[in-house]
Design a protein around this ligand. Sequence first.
Ligand code: GLN
Length: 300
Amino acid sequence: MKANISDTDLCFIGTALRNIKRCLAQVSPSPGLDSEVLIASVLKKERAYLWAFPDAEIDGAQRVQLRALVERRCSGEPIAYILEKKEFWGLSLSVNSSVLIPRPDTETLVERVLICLESLSKDHVADLNMLDVGTGSGAICLAVLQSFDRVRCWGVDVSIDALMVAMRNAKKWGGGRYTLLQSNWASAIMPDSVHLFASNPPYIRTNHACLGKGDVRFEPETALVGGETGLEAYEILIDQAWTVLRAEGYLVFEHGYDQGQEIRDMLHQAGFVSIVTDLDLARHERVTWCQKPLDNKNGS
Ligand code: GLN
């Protein structure tokens, strides 16, 4: 949709706030907030400044810039891609259309990973190895690293463009403990080397109605769509996790709200034990985790 906004609508902060909000009302669930963050980013100010100085002028060059951003938002582009950043776990992360926009749901996965690492660290003197498959922007590993010292993270992704984004975030937040690797799923990882295997893989079913709405229209399909059943990535990952995990290592998956039972069944079938599903903030089944047994079925 084209933005119905003129240059004069944007002359002062107060009028710009009102006019952009009106303009975005049909395309965004949060037009007021969107108008604030777009203006604040062009003026390079905090949002509070806008409400303190509604009569301040927006100069000509800034108005041109602002209109271009409003146009993009009007066409449905997510705010995170327009601003090229997204907050996750209190970290400001770089994002672009090569990576999924980190979701609050994924904080449920981070919380579970931290509990698993804490429990493993009781029996390990050396640093633990964590693997994140389909690392995207790096949100999961970087959040974990903020809250747990004794871990080294390996993030793998098949997409070089995604790895470039993760690299930027790693430089800022990784503290030298987050290593990136291009890999088709976990195929580049050595057997028996990982204490904790985490992944938020693509899990939406092909042609699912949600793919035609909102922010997901702009996100990389390879990070969203699992295939006909939505479970295809888990089939590969469960198999690989069994190989790369050490005995008693943890596997932690994010999944769709309606996939918990199928994933628990798949994990059980593969020989994993202590399989549990956590609920997200909306009380949907969202994260399933389990352990590789000490005496696994291969006898190693
Ligand atoms: N949770 C995302 C959504 O429903 C999907 C993320 C994923 O496929 N890993 O939009």
